[in-house]
Design a protein. Structure first.
Length: 318
């Protein structure tokens, strides 16, 4: 689930719904006709979570010029994330925590680049989409488990540590699902085509892609459906239809300032919070910050959205 909601314009090439036969072939693109962005310029918004990887555009360009496949970048993202979890568990000195922080940053950086490379080269596919999202799920689960382990190792009681671990896991993925739900509707309103779907169950996949789609549905599907129902309740409380596709809800999903606020809920911010905790020498601190701090921030965004639409303060940006 790449955090780059920087909002990127659609590539001019169509996405393949199956694994390309030329999976290992070098990319062939024209910078004049292809773009790494999901959205056209007039629909882009500022993504808070790229502040700490401000130079990722340069890395995308370097990877593109080196003809590196986006699948390789996805594997590098997952690998560096798991290496960070291992380092957190085994770190015994401050230098170990700093190494873990660098690996977390590397994972965040690679995660920002794989989707952009896929769009730039026109080689995106459903396999890569599920590799990215499921890989993110595995990595962040490993980070939370590593943080909980360090809490127990520091002398915290097991019940308290497990409680924070479970609460952090639920909070982190629901926060990101909320961002992703609004991001997908914002992209939909822009007419862009993505490998992610609002309803993944509606897709007909086969082979390994079908297996990964099933894993995705078991892991993330319930979160997506919970957020969809919750957002429908919010719209109803604001006097709007529950159906997200109803034209009366266009302004609900087009509010650019709220999209900027939402962008801090995606995985890039969680990675940055973990880095700060590691630099401070407190990997367990990542858990309460996610549970308390980021949930308070999320609750504030929810209140902002309700206030904005119930008071009729919204201005459509369509």
């Amino acid at each position: 689930m790449s955090q780059i909601g920087h909002d990127f314009s659609p590539t001019r090439r169509s996405y393949s719904q199956t694994i390309p036969l030329t999976l290992l072939a070098p990319p062939s693109v024209s910078p004049e006709t292809d773009s790494p962005h999901k959205l056209p310029p007039e629909r882009r918004y500022f993504n808070i979570s790229v502040l700490w990887i401000f130079y990722y555009d340069w890395l995308i360009l370097a990877l593109y010029r080196l003809r590196v496949r986006h699948e390789v970048v996805t594997v590098a993202s997952i690998g560096s994330g798991l290496a960070a979890a291992y380092t957190i568990v085994h770190a015994r000195t401050m230098s170990g925590f700093l190494l873990a922080a660098l690996l977390v940053h590397a994972k965040d950086l690679f995660d920002a680049c794989d989707g952009a490379l896929a769009r730039l080269t026109g080689t995106g596919h459903r396999l890569g989409r599920f590799m990215d999202t499921i890989g993110d799920g595995v990595v962040f689960t490993a980070w939370i488990a590593a943080g909980a382990y360090r809490g127990v190792a520091a002398g915290m009681s097991l019940p308290v540590t497990l409680s924070f671990g479970v609460a952090a896991w639920l909070s982190l993925f629901l926060q990101c699902s909320y961002f992703n739900y609004h991001q997908l509707h914002y992209v939909r309103r822009s007419g862009a085509s993505l490998t992610s779907r609002l309803n993944e169950r509606a897709e007909i996949d086969s082979g390994i892609v079908a297996v990964l789609a099933r894993i995705y549905d078991l892991w993330f599907g319930w979160q997506d459906r919970m957020i969809a129902r919750f957002d429908g309740w919010q719209r109803q409380r604001s006097g709007l239809p529950r159906d997200p596709l109803h034209p009366a809800n266009d302004a609900w999903f087009d509010h650019r300032n709220l999209m900027v606020a939402n962008s801090a809920l995606c995985f890039g911010t969680h990675a940055f919070v973990l880095i700060v905790c590691l630099v401070a020498g407190s990997p367990f601190g990542f858990l309460p910050v996610v549970v308390v701090g980021m949930n308070l921030y999320w609750f504030t965004i929810i209140l902002m959205r309700l206030f904005t639409f119930r008071r009729g303060l919204v201005v459509s940006v369509a």
